[in-house]
Design a protein around this ligand. Structure first.
Ligand code: GRG
Length: 277
């Protein structure tokens, strides 16, 4: 079975089990299910699986973390679409969560997903207590008030004359951090050594920035005036040059792992360069 099929089975199983919990609230689970299952690329779990596979074939060990990544990602998108944030009515071609349900339920669906991530990892019987604490600490750092949420606040405060360094900081926090966390969490679960974790962290950061630059290039048609976009701020040619530089940097750090089986990861770097959505 390929990983994506496996991931969708894990997710369905998780949602079915969640609904059996006596204290669960049906509308909350319906709202979470709606956003978890409406066609995301699953880039972060895919990345985590590929990093993990370099070191281990014990697939069950990565299950909870892969679900957690997609739950954090989904919470961030539900909240990002709310009227008090980006105020987007549509997500992936269908009504955004608060349009399908309501603002209060969408807010709480995101709150629940974020909290459940830590419950899920803490409950994982496949991982040692030490590894669980390491993963939770790393993930919380990357997505909380010193990471993704800080990035969202800085993004909201951006002025027209933003520098390229400020732009890179915002996109590191908002986007690259979760992609970097996907790679790092998988490496921690595989119990890699310090040097390997360092290279995987740098790889994840470079791939994360490349992912955002590609996103901005794809969005260019809709956002000609968006000065927070790499493609608008740098221009298409320079943004494309930066996309190539960060992709090459990601590949260099991958090569430094000295692992023979990195082809699927170099393919993932190439996939990001070429993707059309
Ligand atoms: C607490 C209000 C609040 C917010 C949490 C909203 C937020 C913090 C952060 C925003 C993070 C965000 C929306 C970053 C953009 C990242 C990005 C490029 C998302 C698109 O990812 P894809 O292409 O999406 O992987 P799919 O649809 O494929 O899953």
């Amino acid at each position: 079975m390929d990983f994506l099929t496996q991931f969708e089975l894990w997710l369905e199983d998780y949602l079915v089990e969640a609904a059996k919990t006596p204290s669960s609230a049906a509308i909350l689970l319906a709202s979470q299910r709606y956003s978890l299952k409406n066609g995301g690329k699953r880039f972060r779990p895919k990345l985590a699986n590929l990093i993990f596979k370099l070191f281990s074939d014990e697939l069950p060990k990565i299950r909870a973390f892969c679900l957690a990544l997609e739950m954090v990602h989904t919470y961030s998108l539900i909240h990002d679409d709310l009227p008090c944030m980006d105020n987007d009515d549509m997500r992936r071609g269908v009504p955004s969560n608060h349009k399908k349900f309501s603002e209060d339920i969408a807010l709480l669906a995101g709150d629940g997903l974020l909290t459940d991530v830590f419950f899920l990892i803490a409950n994982d019987h496949n991982l040692s207590a030490e590894i669980k604490v390491h993963v939770i600490r790393m993930l919380a750092e990357k997505i909380g008030s010193y990471g993704m949420v800080a990035g969202q606040v800085k993004d909201m405060q951006v002025k027209r004359n933003i520098t390229v360094d400020e732009l890179k900081e915002i996109h590191t926090l908002k986007t690259a951090n979760l992609i970097q966390a996907a790679a790092m969490g998988a490496a921690i679960i595989a119990d890699v050594n310090y040097t390997q974790l360092h290279n995987i962290s740098e790889f994840g950061h470079a791939l994360g920035i490349a992912f955002q630059i590609k996103d901005d290039l794809l969005d260019l048609k809709d956002n000609q005036q968006d000065y927070k976009s790499f493609a608008v701020r740098l221009g298409v040619d320079e943004a494309f040059g930066e996309l190539k530089n960060y992709s090459a940097k990601a590949a260099q750090h991958l090569a430094q792992l000295n692992k023979p089986n990195v082809k699927e990861l170099t393919d993932l770097i190439e996939y990001n360069l070429q993707r059309t959505k």
